[in-house]
Design a protein around this ligand. Structure first.
Ligand code: PHE
Ligand code: CO
Length: 297
C-alpha cells in the first residue's frame, strides 16, 4: 500500500498517511526502533489469528491457477506453514538463500523514507498483526496476510527482487526531488496492481490483487476495467483509487521489461511528466487515451 512520509526517527508515533480515511493507523509504534522495524511477537498470536491466516491462505491459494503469474505460483509455498502465520525469521532464511532479501517486522504503515531505505537494503517490511475475523474480506490497511502472501513470493524471483531494490533507491532519490507522488504511482500500478501478459493470457503479479479474493478474478477476467500497456510516463500521469477495485490496470510483458523500462535516471522523466501534466492534466483512473490499445481478456 501507499506509504507516506513523516521525516525523522520513530518517536512512538504513527507515520502520516493520506488517502486512508479518518482513523489513525492501528499499529503500536512504540514497539518499533528508529528504522521502524520491530520483532515479530509470534507467541502473541492467538489461535483465532492463526485460523484467520489459514482460512485466508486456503481461499486465495485455490484461486491462483489461471489468474496468478507462474513465478508467484512457483514461490508461494516458500512461505511455509499454510495453517498458521509463518515465522518471519524462517521465511527469511529461504528468501536470503534465493535472492538475498530478508523480511522484517513492522507495526504497520511506515514513513516513506524509512520504507525506501529498507527496500534499498533488500529488506521487505511486513506488518506483523492480522486482521480481525470481521475484516476477513476487506481490511483498510495492509496486514500480515497482504504483506506476506501478496508481496513476498515474488521476492524469490531474481528479476523482480532487483526491481524492488531499485525502487527503494529510486525512492530515496525521489524524496530529494519532491517526486514521491509520481513514483508512488509506479509502485501502485506495478507492485500492488500489476498485470503481466503471458502466452496463456493475462495474469496478476501485483500484491494488492493477489491478496484480494475479489479483485484477483476481477482484474484478469471482468469486462469492466481498462487494461493498457505499461508506459512509464503515461502511468505517472495516472491517478488511482484506493477504495475500489482498480478502474485501470497496466500490463507488462515480463519482469525484465519492467526492470529495463525503469532503469534510466528518473530526473528527466519526472520533469517531462510534470510538464505534460501542466499542459494536458493528469489522467483519471478508468480513462483510456485516444488511440491507446486495450488488452483483450
Ligand atoms: N531509475 C530510477 C531513478 O533513477 C530508479 C527506479 C528504478 C525507480 C526502478 C523505480 C523503479 O529514479
Ligand atoms: Co502492499
Amino acid at each position: 500500500m501507499d506509504r507516506r512520509i513523516a521525516k525523522g526517527v520513530n518517536q512512538g508515533v504513527a507515520p502520516v498517511t493520506y488517502g486512508t480515511g479518518d482513523r489513525p493507523p492501528r499499529g503500536d509504534y512504540s514497539r518499533a526502533g528508529a528504522d521502524y522495524t520491530c520483532e515479530q511477537d509470534w507467541a502473541a498470536y492467538t489461535d483465532a489469528d492463526h485460523d484467520t491466516y489459514r482460512r485466508l491462505y486456503a481461499r486465495q491459494l485455490q484461486q491462483l491457477p489461471g489468474r496468478a503469474c507462474d513465478e508467484f505460483i512457483a514461490a508461494v509455498q516458500q512461505l511455509g506453514t499454510p495453517d498458521r502465520i509463518p515465522r518471519f525469521d524462517e521465511v527469511s532464511v529461504r528468501l536470503q538463500r534465493a535472492t538475498g532479501w530478508r523480511i522484517v517486522g513492522v507495526p504497520g504503515l511506515i514513513p516513506e523514507e524509512a520504507f525506501f531505505a529498507l527496500l534499498a537494503a533488500r529488506r521487505f517490511p511486513v506488518t506483523d498483526w492480522i486482521r480481525k475475523p470481521e475484516e476477513f474480506d476487506y481490511v483498510v490497511e495492509p496486514d500480515v496476510f497482504h504483506d506476506l502472501f501478496g508481496h513476498v513470493p515474488l521476492l524469490f524471483d531474481p528479476t523482480f527482487a532487483d526491481y524492488m531494490q531499485a525502487y527503494g533507491t529510486g525512492g530515496l532519490k525521489a524524496s530529494r526531488l519532491d517526486a514521491c507522488e509520481l513514483l508512488a504511482r509506479l509502485y501502485w500500478y506495478t507492485v500492488e496492481f500489476g498485470l503481466i501478459d503471458t502466452g496463456q493470457g493475462l495474469r496478476a503479479y501485483g500484491a494488492g490483487i493477489l491478496s484480494s479474493a475479489g479483485e484477483l478474478p476481477y482484474s484478469v477476467a471482468a469486462p469492466e476495467p481498462r487494461r493498457v500497456a505499461f508506459d512509464l510516463q503515461r502511468l505517472m500521469r495516472s491517478r488511482y483509487r484506493i477504495d475500489t477495485y482498480q478502474a485501470t490496470y497496466f500490463v507488462i510483458d515480463s519482469f525484465r521489461q519492467l526492470f529495463d523500462a525503469t532503469a534510466p535516471d528518473f530526473t528527466p522523466v519526472y520533469a517531462s511528466v510534470r510538464e505534460t501534466i501542466s499542459r494536458e492534466g493528469e489522467i483519471e483512473a478508468g480513462v483510456v487515451l485516444p488511440g491507446e490499445r486495450q488488452f483483450r481478456i
